[in-house]
Design a protein around this ligand. Structure first.
Ligand code: ZN
Length: 425
């Protein structure tokens, strides 16, 4: 074995959610070198399962402190007006709160096996600092809008341009990337939205937008601009020579083929969609049409992707055209997310980045079926013991390796004081 090679072994190594090797070891440095069966594996009494890292393709880490307000039963616009706008204005005058929120949110994400996330918000340079501090992978964008929390459209576009330049200068594309974030059709006029998309195209980076989260998007486009949603997507150029990720895609009845044709990736946010009563995204229809559908936490009462995976399986049993099984769901939360963000195939195969999660199943496993392993994982019957990103351990047994637990506690209490200051202001 060459110098710098590490080895992790487990009862099951999942190459991807459908393929596993039993009693096996993964050899890696910064990349996966080999996965092979190991006959004389020492029985430690632990049921360790090794998987590729997971991805959340749509988050707003700055909203972490107000995440529980998702449980108040408000519809999207009421929730945004009551909690989001006021908190975001507070964040803009207290950017350190975005750093604290991002650190604490990342700690929770890592503890659920997330190794990569796509964030769209403000103060993204602070989120970038938290990314570099913790060693998680990220794809960052600014929520570009006409005014809103910014003075005007140009100020928000400029903030996004600065972020793209900063990330480019950093020169760590295997760890962090940036793209443009035209926020949502109702917060930009179509020509501004198109300008953001064409800027991304010129800069050679992708876009990340909200699309068809609520029926009001299309109603508004028709009334105000005389455009159907499909005409809007064509007019602004989403997916037209520009790598495009859209969050939600719930009200897309007439858009499925266009999304598939243009390779537009969809991030599905099951808990956020349900708690805000946005509607039921036609996930199985999109998957059947060949659309890449990954999972996003968006804003939810916890920032654990496993909570979304488990919730999604139940959700689509209820209302989808067919059920999603545990393997499909884990695929969306890992392979699809990695591919959507261009960070590799999302599988534990030779040459891929060594993004590895070691889980301990909390239940005794029947030996015969790997399905039980995947089901246990996605239903939350496992705890994350170790997280490795590009070969470097970033999380072990409840703690981040880059930040001491005492310091993280300090950031948690800082967040509580920020929230207190916000609520009393
Ligand atoms: Zn969102």
């Amino acid at each position: 074995m060459s110098k710098g090679t590490q080895v992790i072994c487990g009862k099951y190594v999942l190459i991807n959610p459908y393929t596993y090797v039993k009693d096996a070891c993964v050899e890696f440095d910064t990349k996966i070198k080999d996965v092979k069966p190991c006959e004389n594996l020492r029985d430690t009494g632990e049921s360790l399962v090794i998987t590729h890292g997971l991805a959340s393709t749509h988050t707003h880490l700055g909203l972490y402190p107000v995440r529980s307000t998702l449980g108040y039963g408000l519809r999207l616009d009421d929730w945004v007006n009551t909690f989001v706008w006021p908190w975001e204005r507070f964040l803009l005058s207290n950017p350190d709160a975005s750093y604290a929120a991002a650190l604490v949110a990342i700690a929770e994400m890592l503890s659920s096996g997330i190794t990569l996330f796509a964030d769209m918000h403000f103060n993204e340079e602070r989120v970038l600092n938290a990314v570099l501090r913790t060693g998680i992978k990220a794809d960052l964008s600014v929520a570009v809008m006409s005014g809103g929390v910014f003075q005007d459209f140009n100020e928000s576009l400029e903030a996004n341009r600065e972020l793209v330049n900063r990330v480019r200068k950093l020169g760590l594309p295997e760890l962090v990337k940036a793209r443009f974030g035209p926020c949502t059709p109702r917060l930009l006029n179509p020509s501004e939205f198109a300008e953001v998309v064409s800027t991304a195209r010129k800069e050679g980076v992708g876009v990340h937008a909200h699309l068809a989260e609520v029926p009001e998007d299309e109603e508004y486009l028709r009334k105000k601009w005389g455009l159907s949603l499909r005409e809007f997507v064509e007019y602004v150029g989403l997916g037209d020579g520009v790598d495009t990720l859209v969050a939600h895609a719930i009200w897309v009845q007439n858009l499925t083929e266009l999304l598939a044709e243009r390779g537009i990736k969809v991030s599905h946010a099951p808990r956020s969609n349900t708690l805000l009563r946005d509607g039921l995204a036609p996930i199985t229809t999109l998957l059947d049409a060949g659309v890449n559908v990954s999972l996003g936490i968006d804003v939810a009462p916890t920032y654990s992707i496993i909570d979304d995976v488990a919730f999604m399986i139940g959700l689509h049993y209820n209302g989808g055209s067919r059920a999603l099984n545990a393997e499909d769901a884990l695929w969306m939360a890992s392979v699809a997310g990695y591919r959507a963000l261009g960070f590799g195939t999302g599988e534990l195969v030779r040459g891929e980045p060594a993004d590895i999660v070691v889980w301990e199943l909390t239940d005794i496993l029947p030996e015969s079926r790997v399905s039980h392993v995947v089901t246990s994982l996605v239903m939350g019957d496992a705890i994350v013991r170790r997280v490795i990103i590009n070969g470097r351990e970033v999380f072990r047994d409840g703690s981040l390796t880059g930040i001491r637990s005492e310091e993280l506690m300090l950031y948690r209490s800082k967040l509580a004081s920020y929230l207190e200051a916000f609520l009393t202001s």
